[in-house]
Ligand binder design. Sequence first.
Ligand SMILES: [Ca+2]
Ligand SMILES: [Ca+2]
Length: 299
Amino acid sequence: MKMQNQKTNLFKEMNHMKKLLSVLLTLLILGGSCVSALAIEPEEIAFNNIEGCKTLEKRLYSIKEITAAQLLAQTTPASVKIEVNGTELEADSPVPTGAKISLSDGETTLDEYLFILLGDVDCNGRVNALDARLALRVATHLENDLKYVQLLAMDVDSDVSETATDARSILRAATKLENCSNWLALATTEYDCTSVLVVMEKAHSVPGRVYTADFFDEELVESVEDLTYIDPAQLGSDASITDFSKWHQILALKLKEPSIDNVELLIRKLAGRDEIMSAGKNGYIYTMNTNEAGYSETY
Ligand SMILES: [Ca+2]
Ligand SMILES: [Ca+2]
């Protein structure tokens, strides 16, 4: 009996030691990851201190032509690699739209950023008249075969569409007529990316009409919220509401997986739809020129 008790005590003791050991190990592991996180926190890397450069999520936007050496010299403390199509960029080469910037601690990759030189549509690291010409061809649908990153470089007013307005701005910037600092501010403005705002065409704007996610895009959209819902009891009491010829239904499409990439993908997918007058980023302030009903259509 005494032996049994001793054994039990020994087991208890061993279990206690095991628990202590596992706690110590956990602390060591946690401590280790804290140390490494502190030492090489990507957010502390000074991209945003580079004049004319700013990040939004994993994109590094620039409005200044910058060489690989200049970018490397100003990016500390992590070690940085700048690649274009898998080849490391020469030090004196201008960093083009589409370059991949990898940050590492010398061994493992910590983070990757996509470089976008706003206005550099042809991806050569310079903004000039050739970019404006290409942009105009895209805006007029003469050119449809651009990579996604080229669209990001062309959309200098950040409305998620590539238009003649963008092309004209790029031409003005290329000829030094336009100060493009607002491009950077627009491109890197953080916004609520949980939903996309949609303004329906009048013919598809019916008070109380319920739209479902699959009407828009069942892969990206989770649910639809009608921001213009009108209480049926109010109908008939207010002439401005019942005059449906001047009425647009405004919807918020909630995304299944909120991200700036998914917001932009959905807006681009909706762009060609006849039922939709416009689709835009949620929370963006923009004004439409369809103010026929006499109310301010500023959101
Ligand atoms: Ca260019
Ligand atoms: Ca645009």
